[in-house]
Design a protein around this ligand. Structure first.
Ligand code: ATP
Ligand code: FE2
Length: 335
């Protein structure tokens, strides 16, 4: 059976993954760029990706026992993302396509987060709460597009968590460590009250905002609150804003499935909040395995698989990257 290869390279992660033509997933082989200090410099991340791409590809096909002759098509993230990083993925995809004479499929990274979630969880027509480092969006399918019905007006929620972590000397990615510290606080203080540590609540209509809460959280630590307590409050406030907007999206669209996607969807607390909100309104919450919440090549392959069923290949001359590609850019013709 043929394999669709997927290449992910929008930001810090370079990854190869795959899906068999019947929809059976092949776990990704990935490398994460971790800056020694500060945030991610696009050029440095791109250098990391191009340095590792050859060995990573070999590792992926060897580990999964995939003869190159079985690869039917090569899907890659065409956007959105950091230009230099996207360019590495696109170049690798073009060279492979040329070498093995198999077609290219340029895919929308955000839509890939949705499609891997649908494949993995079996949900059909969800509202997607897409919470990652660079993006925070509430998305629903309508009229042949995935429409963004609410989103952050400044930074992504994961970016906010990572930046807060960095101010406390916690290296990238900060989200998992914040989750751990928040849980420690709750375990030691089962009756903890948010009244003791109120942070800004950034909901504006259907949109969200995270820059204010970041500044306020840093200040709370400077004021003498423990880091664990601030991490707990930071999660409670910022996740609640996402859940509120997601709930309103369910109400407005009349849909009854909520799907989580993006790296922050690895967090057990946002999963729990989603479940509680859905139970309350007779809806159902879904999330894919953690390996498919974070950026991965398998999700790119899955969207490619859906697109080629409708002959949506990408010609070489149309394979340029688009760093600011929007979620509603792609016409959704697949089921
Ligand atoms: P996108 O290009 O879609 O914006 P991304 O480049 O930010 O994605 P992802 O792998 O989807 O990459 O998400 C990474 C983010 O997820 C980081 O900000 C990281 O801190 C966060 N994250 C990962 N695990 C957790 C967790 N358990 N709790 C909270 N945040 C998490
Ligand atoms: Fe992503």
């Amino acid at each position: 059976m043929g394999v669709i290869l997927g290449i992910e390279s929008t930001a810090h992660t370079f990854s190869f993954g795959g899906v068999y033509s019947n929809g059976k997933t092949i776990s990704s082989t990935s490398a994460l760029f971790r800056p020694e200090e500060g945030g991610i410099h696009p050029r440095e991340a791109a250098d990391h990706h191009s340095l590792l791409s050859g060995n990573l590809f070999k590792e992926f096909i060897t580990k999964n026992d995939i003869p190159v002759s079985e690869i039917d098509a090569i899907a890659f993230s065409q956007g959105p993302g950091l230009g230099p990083c996207l360019r590495v993925g696109a170049s690798v995809a073009r060279s492979l396509s040329e070498k093995i004479s198999k077609p290219l499929i340029g895919v929308n990274h955000c839509v890939a987060h949705i499609e891997i979630g649908r494949l993995q969880t079996g949900c059909d027509d969800p509202v997607l709460l897409y919470v990652s480092g660079g993006n925070t969006q509430v998305i629903a399918r309508n009229g042949g597009r995935y429409r963004v019905i609410g989103e952050t007006l400044d930074i992504g929620i994961g970016n906010m968590l990572d930046k807060f972590a960095r101010t406390q000397g916690i290296p990238f990615p900060g989200g998992p460590k914040i989750e751990k510290l928040a849980l420690e606080w709750l375990n030691n203080n089962p009756n903890a009250s948010l009244d003791e540590i109120i942070l800004p609540y950034g909901v504006q209509g259907m949109d969200l905002s995270f820059s204010g809460i970041l500044t306020a959280a840093v200040q709370k630590v400077a004021d003498g609150h423990s880091l664990q307590e601030v991490c707990w409050s930071l999660q409670e406030h910022s996740f609640s804003t996402c859940i509120e907007v997601a709930e309103r999206a369910l109400a407005h669209t009349g849909k009854n499935e909520l799907l989580l996607g993006g790296g922050v969807a690895c967090n057990e607390r946002i999963r729990e909040m989603s479940e509680l909100m859905c139970i309350d309104r007779g809806a159902k919450a879904f999330w894919p395995e953690k390996q498919y919440c974070i950026d991965n090549g398998t999700m790119i392959a899955e969207l490619g698989r859906k697109m080629i069923k409708h002959n949506l290949y990408t010609k070489l001359e149309d394979s340029a990257i688009d760093p600011s590609m929007r979620t509603d850019h792609a016409e959704v013709v697949w089921d």
